[in-house]
Write a protein that binds this ligand. Structure first.
Ligand code: T3D
Length: 263
């Protein structure tokens, strides 16, 4: 296991912690590879039914580690597209494509690709003191790690452009008011609330939740007719799971359902 990414197995779910607190968990290449391996393993393990992502120390993640970029004249012009193709794009696709809930607890500042990594997760909780910063324009870059896509969809073009052009920090409470994240939580309550939510989701009907995730993501690009057909397909699959049977039986028997998450 890497030191820069900690994985705590909590039985039905895992907590993945970005762990370079002295640099506000800024991403090195090694750390990005470790994060991808940790998430791939969580995605592939059927016993793992939800993931919680957070950061160690006072920050969530300050984006790409800027001390790793070689700007010496000998190195020539840097190819930042390669970092995206090698690391960030596969990570974002992995999280969005994972057929189980990914919760993010933003414990402190989230800047650059760190902010956009958080926004790629399914449910984002943030500490009241956390801030979201589209830091890219300060160094002449564009919002990456899915940021241009997520911002435009979540908060609309006007707010997306202002956040990206100005790199102004956005407080967690405003991010929640704008619909950028699910909610802001008191600092000292963040982890307990995020862990309880992840545990609850891990106890849920995993196949149905995975299909729900896919349906909602596709809805942002599909026309209604296409989406209605998707719902037919996904509901057919959800209706064939043991968890549907269990949910209905539990309702009729006036008891709490015990979902297994099995297909
Ligand atoms: O290949 C490619 O590069 C393309 C991909 C790009 C993706 C990106 O993410 S680009 C955006 C990169 N991130 C940034 O530009 C953010 C830079 N950081 C900041 O602006 C500030 O640190 C924060 C606003 C995030 C937090 O400010 P503050 O005052 O709370 O903390 P600080 O004192 O600035 O930082 C604390 C330490 O973390 C400090 O180290 P020190 O002085 O204590 O030894 C600082 O240098 C370090 N740190 C913070 N961010 C980064 C970093 N070190 C390396 N890279 C960073 N991104």
């Amino acid at each position: 296991m890497s030191e820069t990414v900690r994985v705590d197995d909590r039985g039905p779910w895992v907590m993945v912690t970005l762990n370079r607190p002295d640099s506000l968990n800024a991403f090195t290449g090694e750390m990005l590879s470790a994060l991808r391996s940790a998430l791939e393993a969580a995605g592939e393990r059927p016993e793992c039914r939800a993931v919680l992502l957070t950061g160690a120390g006072r920050g969530f993640c300050a984006g790409q580690d800027l001390s790793e970029v070689d700007l010496s004249p000998e190195a020539g012009a840097p190819d930042l597209g390669r970092t995206l193709e090698t690391h960030y794009n596969p990570l974002i696709r992995l999280i969005r494509g994972m057929a189980k809930p990914v919760v993010c607890a933003v414990n402190g500042v989230a800047a650059g690709a760190g902010a956009n990594l958080a926004l790629s997760c399914d449910i984002v909780l943030a500490a009241d003191s956390a801030r979201f910063i589209q830091a890219f324009s300060k160094i002449g870059l564009i919002p990456d790690a899915g940021g241009s896509w997520a911002l435009a969809r979540l908060v609309g073009e006007a707010r997306a452009k202002a956040l990206a052009f100005t790199a102004e920090p956005l407080a967690a409470s405003v991010a929640a008011d704008w619909g950028l994240i699910w909610k802001a939580v008191a600092d000292d309550a963040l982890m307990a609330e995020a862990e309880a939510l992840t545990a609850r989701l891990a106890d849920g009907p995993t196949v149905g939740l995975g299909l729900t995730k896919q349906a909602i993501q596709e809805a942002t690009i599909n026309a209604l007719d296409v989406q209605l057909d998707r719902e037919v397909d996904y509901q057919r699959r959800a209706g064939r799971t043991p968890d549907f049977r269990e949910g209905v039986n539990a309702f009729l028997e006036k008891r709490v359902p015990t979902f297994t998450g099995r297909a």
